[in-house]
Design a protein around this ligand. Structure first.
Ligand code: KIV
Ligand code: ZN
Length: 385
């Protein structure tokens, strides 16, 4: 079974979500929860970007020992020096250094030739390796880069000491089939690719970040970069919880696993949502409020007879206590009867039938019938608890 390293960037790329600004204590609380969740690598921030980021990356590196802590750095000596000061107290100091490799970025943003980009990348990795035992190198906008240029530059940065090669889909542009082919092309054509792990870092502009991350694994990625609840720049990053649970549930297909403590997922999601102010949509896979809720009578009846009829993930797997039957106009007698029993009533079938009629009338007027509504109906129909 292939082990996939989970690199969480909630505190770096995730914090780049418009409107999100975490303070020192909040970052520390999230980092400790990520450690409990068992992520392999925590990207705690971008130390050279601000004093605040430097301080929180340093504190996280000094205090979190169960995960490897890293920080982002441009390919500049002064950034690498600042990052070393922030990260040197960590259990396994690790630098994440990047430079853009796509023609669009090299021409318009960097205003450098491809050869100059190779030179700067190699210089940065060589310099970083003098300090850091572990160096990850990223080709920003890799998925819009020329494949043969990527092969050239990757061979050189591996020779310079990079042990992880991250190929981001910076603008969320690629498709699953393309990214799978890209990863297998790099693995096959970079002569020293066996000396480094390949990593995927997908953005969600076209809603394909999770599918692309999984396809990259099929193509040979051994690390995925993701964020809790998929928060991040623009439309966000690949959701950690969706990738992890997909690998668990479709293990038969991917033949790969993470080392995560999956039952910490819901708690981690709620914490990140509360501290960032980014609300998790009800229908979000794995962690949304409706992820384990059943509303239609046919589904409720099926689940009450056998959960696997409509549930492929058990709520307990991700730390949710139980599934939820939502009582509404589509609910059937079976779910209604179970709910009445859960609320402590020992009603006869005749009483249930009577109250069920009033319940249906009420459900036609309301989106969701609550426990309080049911107590009121039972009282109106004089059924004792
Ligand atoms: O999306 C991206 O390209 C990044 C890199 C800096 C790793 O976040
Ligand atoms: Zn990114």
């Amino acid at each position: 079974m292939q082990k996939i390293n989970v690199f969480d960037t909630t505190l770096r790329d995730g914090e780049q979500s418009p409107g999100v600004n975490l303070n020192f204590e909040e970052k520390m609380e999230i980092a400790k929860q990520l450690e409990r969740l068992g992520v392999d690598i925590i990207e705690a921030g971008f130390p050279a970007s601000s004093q605040g980021d430097f301080r929180s990356v340093k504190a996280i590196a000094d205090q979190v020992k169960g995960s490897s802590v890293t920080g982002l750095s441009r390919s500049l000596k002064k950034d690498i020096d600042v990052s070393w000061e922030a990260l040197k107290g960590g259990a396994e100091p690790r630098l994440h250094v990047f430079i853009a490799t796509s023609p669009i970025h090299m021409t318009h943003k960097l205003q450098m030739t491809p050869d100059q980009v190779i030179e700067q990348a190699v210089e940065a990795v060589t310099y970083a390796k003098k300090r850091f035992p572990h160096v990850q190198w990223s080709a920003e906008d890799a998925c819009r880069s020329d494949l043969d240029f990527l092969v050239r530059i990757i061979e050189k940065v591996i020779d310079a000491g990079a042990e992880v090669i991250n190929l981001p889909d910076t603008v969320g542009y690629i498709t699953p089939e393309e990214i799978k082919n890209m990863f297998s092309y790099i693995k096959t054509n970079v002569p020293n690719s066996d000396k480094a792990k390949l990593s995927a870092h997908c953005h969600d502009d076209l809603g394909m970040a999770v599918a692309n991350s999984l396809a990259a694994i099929e193509g040979g990625a051994e690390q995925v970069e993701c964020t809790i609840n998929g928060i991040g720049e623009r439309a966000g990053n690949a959701s950690l919880e969706e990738i992890a649970v997909a690998l668990k549930i479709r293990n038969d297909f991917y033949q790969a696993t993470t080392g995560l403590t999956l039952h910490e997922i819901k708690k981690t999601s709620s914490l990140v949502s509360k501290l960032t102010g980014m609300v998790v949509p009800n229908n979000k896979a794995v962690v949304g409020d409706n992820a384990f809720a059943h509303e239609s009578g046919i589904h409720q009846d099926g689940v009450l007879k056998e959960k696997t009829t409509y549930e492929i993930i058990t709520p307990e797997l991700v730390g949710v206590n139980a599934n939820r039957m939502v009582l509404g106009k589509l609910s059937g007698r079976h779910a209604f009867k179970e709910k009445v029993r859960d609320l402590g009533y020992t009603a006869s079938d005749e009483e249930i039938n009577k109250v069920f009629k009033s319940f249906k009338e009420l459900a036609d007027k309301k989106k969701e019938v609550t426990d309080e509504d049911i107590f009121a109906l039972m009282t109106d129909e004089k059924v004792g608890a």
